[in-house]
Design a protein around this ligand. Structure first.
Ligand SMILES: NC(=O)N[C@@H](CC(=O)O)C(=O)O
Ligand SMILES: [Zn+2]
Ligand SMILES: [Zn+2]
Length: 448
């Protein structure tokens, strides 16, 4: 028997409070009907003051399995995702072995299904072993059980324009999209942080904005020439926002993402030489932060994606130059977006639903996520309390790694509950462990 939930007086997209009944994996009723139809055994959630959002969808997560289970596994990473309010994640391809064949993407997809915390959509590599030279079997990954639609060599740039052109051409056949990590490799040899005043003062090799912008400019022109769609990963500079704005005004089919950390943090953080702030692309200037916030608010930037990049202690607790690039983000993303965009009056909760759920689902061609909050829709939902503040303690998070750049900071908002097809993966802000997997199995049957 599956649990039903009566959410009392929750505010869909921050609007008027209403009762919502979740039963049999779907939104069964809304309004006065909901309480009337709830049975005596329904679990009642007091939702006064809480915002109900469609379950969040991340287009850019590193789950690290297979190969770096010391940093994260599909199980720990997807539990972290559920705690962050996500109901689906796209798992990046830079695993070991690389997610460049139907076999490997199916393995990751199965691990995600068996874990049951969120839906896992593996990203397929563009090139074999991310070698940047040989096109991977994109069609076989698309046709596999994992139904791959997003392809990326993320971590590395598809810098060869001929390979990029071929990938853009091939993905058209199955409505896929190439998600580019825009980093001109020759302009960033040995780069450690944003190239600017701070890098000059503290003596770290710079990663110039033009290394990102040159690739984005090239790729939007290639996408126009080939007539295919393009997605730009973790855009980080004011110039990149300008190029995307221009491309969209020309009718080029391009979408772009920004990470929570690029919406909040600047290169000033590097002054303490703490590698927790070392990331690709690097934290930029305050002017860049303002530009990406403006770009997200006006729709030039389509989505927020976490680029959750867990690393074990030994790869981060070392000198800056030796440390790995990347920071965790699944469990702070919504709070950072609230602080940077909602509490500043630049976006509404409906906008948050668009940039963290509806549009990422659309870009990834995920049909049962990012849906309207309406009767009959699958109950993939997130319940948020925007009125609380909490201090981030990386060691207490669900992720297996502690490299959060927000450790020790106070952020607004908390995920109270996450529902995946009507089943609570998170309730009272706690992960709902289900050791025998019975509820998860029930959820799967209902969704099949
Ligand atoms: N963002 C990062 O700094 N690191 C990512 C790779 C990537 O997203 O480019 C990782 O895999 O660790
Ligand atoms: Zn990247
Ligand atoms: Zn990444």
């Amino acid at each position: 028997m599956r649990t039903t939930y009566l959410l009392r007086a929750v505010a869909p997209l921050g609007g008027e409070p209403v009762d919502v009944l979740l039963a049999d994996g779907v939104i069964a009723a809304m309004g006065p009907d909901a309480a009337a139809r709830a049975g005596d055994d329904a679990v009642v959630v007091d939702g006064a003051g809480l915002v109900l959002l469609p379950g969040l969808v991340d287009l850019h997560t590193h789950l690290r399995e297979p190969g770096r289970e010391d940093a994260e596994t599909v199980l720990t990473g997807t539990r972290a995702a559920a705690l962050g309010g996500f109901t689906a994640v796209h798992a990046m391809a830079n695993t070991t072995p690389t997610q460049d064949t139907a076999g490997v993407v199916e393995q990751v997809w199965r691990l995600g299904r068996d874990a049951g915390w969120v839906d896992v959509h593996p990203v397929g590599a563009v090139s074999v072993g991310l070698d940047g030279e040989h096109l991977a079997e994109l069609g076989a990954m698309a046709a596999s059980a994992a139904r791959v639609r997003v392809f990326s060599d993320d971590g590395k740039c598809v810098s060869d324009p001929v390979l990029m052109r071929r990938a853009l051409e091939y993905t058209k056949a199955f409505d896929g999209v190439v998600s580019q990590h825009s980093q001109e490799p020759r302009l960033t040899v040995g780069a450690q942080m944003h190239e600017g005043v701070v890098s000059a003062e503290i003596g770290l090799a710079g990663w110039p904005a033009v290394a990102e912008e040159a690739i984005i400019a090239r790729d939007v022109l290639l996408a126009e020439h080939v007539g295919s769609r393009l997605h730009v990963c973790h855009l980080s500079t004011a110039g990149s926002v300008e190029i995307i704005r221009w491309a969209k005004s020309r009718g080029i089919d391009v979408t772009a993402e920004v990470t929570p950390h690029h919406l909040m943090l600047t290169d000033e953080e590097a002054r303490g030489y703490d590698p927790v702030f070392k990331v690709n692309p690097p934290l930029r200037t305050a002017a860049d932060v303002e530009a990406v916030r403006a770009g997200l608010a006006d729709g030039t930037i389509d989505i927020v994606a976490t680029d959750h990049a867990p690393h074990p202690r030994e790869d981060k607790d070392c000198e800056w130059a030796a440390a790995a690039f990347g920071m965790t983000g699944l469990e702070t993303a919504l709070s950072v977006v609230q602080e940077a965009m909602v509490d500043t009056g630049r976006m509404t909760w409906a906008d948050v639903a668009r940039v963290l759920s509806t549009t990422p689902a659309a870009i990834g061609r995920v049909e049962d996520q990012g849906r309207p909050i309406a009767v009959g829709e699958p109950a993939n939902l997130t319940l948020v309390n925007p009125s609380v503040r909490r201090t981030v303690v990386p060691e207490e998070q669900g992720t297996a790694s502690a490299n959060s750049p927000f450790g020790g900071r106070e952020l607004p908002g908390a995920v109270v509950a996450t529902f995946l097809r009507g089943r609570a993966t998170v309730l009272d802000s706690r992960a709902q462990d289900d050791p025998d997997g019975s509820q998860r199995a029930a959820g799967r049957e209902a969704s099949a």
